[in-house]
Design a protein around this ligand. Structure first.
Ligand SMILES: Nc1nc2c(ncn2[C@@H]2O[C@H](COP(=O)(O)OP(=O)(O)OP(=O)(O)O)[C@@H](O)[C@H]2O)c(=O)[nH]1
Ligand SMILES: [Mg+2]
Length: 299
């Protein structure tokens, strides 16, 4: 039997459910998710492997109008995937009107000349009639290879989409070993899980102002736990106060929730120590961006 493989990008505006979809496909959480826009900041590979095929999905930051150097990095890194894939999944939400953001993305997709599958997500939120209108509206804008409505959250129609992708794969290598699920090291996933809890528990500008850096991560022979020391970076003193909370209550909660996820991911007991540090306007400082994992060289 010949082996088939291919690279598939997941692109779209922020908050449409790209990372939720990736995690559903893999049956494992490798990309953090939240109800805040601009959750994903780095491209992240999700590798789906069976006996006869391998699909390398690339989850990308939501495409938006950038207001900071971090935003520039995110949007550029999303578009850069167009040079790395054979197929694009363009994801839009069923419960929102097509907007300028979608139109802008479609212009770039047309120029890339790649096969594009329109994935209409969150169908659990709309009436079927509304869905038909959406399909017609998008069909009039661009020549999609296919249009597939799904619910990434509930898993509806994901097998259909996967089968479609499999059918279109070409003969190719198994690029990654079958037990490899992502290209990022555990350290990255750990820092992301901590950031996810900050997104979950804070609002307004705070989620956008946070970066998480893992200072150290190693097994302690005495406790037989993985000891992790992480620093949560914020942009202002007031944000530091919010992250720490009354008598440290917020930081404690972030740590507890993150530790639970990290233990599941590592399959090991974890001791997590978190610190908070202010780095003024880091989102517009090239050196800080690189230090915090938003390095242009990486895409
Ligand atoms: N009702 C419903 N909610 C969904 C569905 N898929 C995702 N969501 C929710 O939409 C929000 C955004 O999901 P994410 O997966 O973080 O979205 P994203 O496109 O990766 O967002 P960015 O990383 O910011 O670009 C979360 O609150 C999800 O729970 C769906 O099929 N139905
Ligand atoms: Mg995401």
């Amino acid at each position: 039997m010949t082996f088939k493989s291919g690279f598939v990008a997941i692109l779209g505006r922020p908050n449409v459910g790209k990372s939720t979809f990736l995690n559903q496909v893999l049956g494992q959480k490798i990309a953090i998710m939240s109800d805040k826009a601009q959750t994903t900041r780095n491209k992240i590979m999700g590798i789906y492997t069976t006996n006869s095929e391998q699909i390398v999905f690339i989850d990308t930051p939501g495409i938006h109008k950038p207001k900071t150097a971090l935003g520039d990095f995110m949007v550029e890194s999303a578009y850069s995937t167009l040079r790395e894939v054979e197929t694009v999944l363009f994801m839009v939400p069923a419960d929102e009107e097509r907007g300028k953001g979608d139109n802008m993305i479609m212009e770039r997709l047309k120029a890339a000349k790649l096969p594009v599958i329109l994935v209409i997500n969150k169908i659990d939120k709309v009436h079927p009639d509304q869905l038909l209108e959406k399909i017609e509206d998008f069909r009039s804008q661009m020549d999609f290879k296919e249009i597939v409505p799904i619910s990434a959250l509930q898993g509806n129609n994901i097998p259909t989409l996967l089968n479609l992708l499999k059918k279109n794969l070409e003969e190719g290598y198994q690029y990654f070993p079958e037990d490899q699920i992502t290209d990022h090291p555990e350290r990255f996933l750990v820092s992301e899980m901590i950031r996810e809890k900050v997104l979950l528990l804070t609002k307004q500008e705070v989620p956008h102002s946070v970066a998480v850096v893992i200072d150290s991560m190693k097994r302690n022979e005495e406790t037989d736990k993985i000891h992790i020391r992480a620093t949560i970076m914020v942009e202002r003193d007031s944000q530091k106060g919010i992250i720490i909370g009354k008598k440290g209550s917020m930081l404690k909660k972030i740590g507890q929730l993150a530790r639970r996820d990290i233990e599941i991911m590592l399959g090991d007991k974890v001791f997590l120590e978190t610190w908070v540090k202010v780095k003024k306007n880091w989102r517009d400082k090239k050196l800080d961006l690189a230090d915090f994992g938003y390095n242009k060289k990486e895409y």
